[in-house]
Design a protein around this ligand. Sequence first.
Ligand SMILES: [Zn+2]
Length: 383
Amino acid sequence: MSVWDDVVGQPDAVATLRRAATDPAAMTHAWLLTGPPGSGRSVAARAFAAALQCTGTDGETGGCGRCRACTTTLAGTHPDLTVVATDKVVITIDEVRDLIMTAARTPSSGRYRVIVVEDADRMAERTTNVLLKAIEEPPPHTVWVLCAPSAQDVLPTIRSRCRGVVLRVPPAQDVADLLVRRDGIDPAVALTAARAAQSHVGLARRLARDADARERRDAVLEIARRIRGVGDAVLAAGELVDVAKAEAVAATTERDAVEKAELMRALGVQEGDTLPPRLRSQLRQLEDDQKRRATRRQRDVLDRSMVDLLSLYRDVLVVQLGAAVDLVNAEHDGTVRALAADSTPEQTIRRMDAIGVARERLEGNVAPLLALEAMAVALRPQG
Ligand SMILES: [Zn+2]
């Protein structure tokens, strides 16, 4: 057992990080881990942090997985580990200033002070510039581990000062093996989920364990078959947006309430009391953050729905071209074949393009319904 066990399908990246943790000559103080969503960036970052802190068991160092330094780092409770896991849209300049203060302190008990920033791409340029200086000349025991979807997602100035490690999309079988070993999921279910999630580890796990999540995904794929005309398309787009909204609300409501209660307690306000005016701005700040988080979540869910739809048309194309590769959506074989028989490869590619355009427009903050209606209209049969 080692801290690297859960970093699936990334032998090259693990070799690089492992070497750095054990060989001072291979060590650098600023790292940039990149890889597509679900490739396990944050898991790899935590494993690396643990390997750096590892004090060893029976002579095994570099992430033995058993010493206290390893276990507390993986659990996120090591005193010399700071993880910025943001589900807000942006990391604020104040947060980065706090981080820099933390980074300047010598480790209290560990070998290093490790700062992991999970979404280094969610920083405004001004914020990044503040961070730059800290990364450029870190104190000798401080290590920065920045994560982003791709190197192009961070400013060139940051990129040039970090050592890059690229994660790939892990093979579906590796993801399935992890689900079986770690979560005790049935091998067949695990493989279907890993394929459907296109090797996104977290999503595969959710699909394997949560029947509602599977149903939602099925519903999204069924939409492709249901769209016969413009009217259906508009309805389908509205449905996709509603489902995403509901999922965002379900995912955030409980947490929002807990955060609010915590803030009230911290401010010394009893439940049921009215908030004194001077404290209201703090509550408003929290509520704004929560609203942004819900918006982001909704966009993430929508993007995922479109990735699912893309995988369906990818399968359609596979059938149309007679390619000898596995279907992502083997359990939707009927839909795939019906769509394949009903259209040409050129039409399928045009549909995939339309989905890609909708994803870009969403990313660019176009109103979700608008972007999805245009997409859904392009999915209808072209005759
Ligand atoms: Zn250890």
